[in-house]
Design a protein around this ligand. Sequence first.
Ligand SMILES: [Zn+2]
Length: 70
Amino acid sequence: MIIENQAVEQDGADPICAHKIEIYCPNCSKDVDEAELFNKTCNDCGTSLENPEQHVAVAVTSVPVIGITW
Ligand SMILES: [Zn+2]
């Protein structure tokens, strides 16, 4: 499962860049979907997903897509 987060402007703090969080099973490294995460159990190997493996990928550009005119 990939969760996409848009860039966030914060008052008095550094803005958060847009980033993606990919969630994998720590045992079989398969992609974890929403239902599996809700059940906290991997459907493929039955491993507990209390602490799923998360890969955070920060977007290359920090410029929000909204407002760009070509
Ligand atoms: Zn698994």
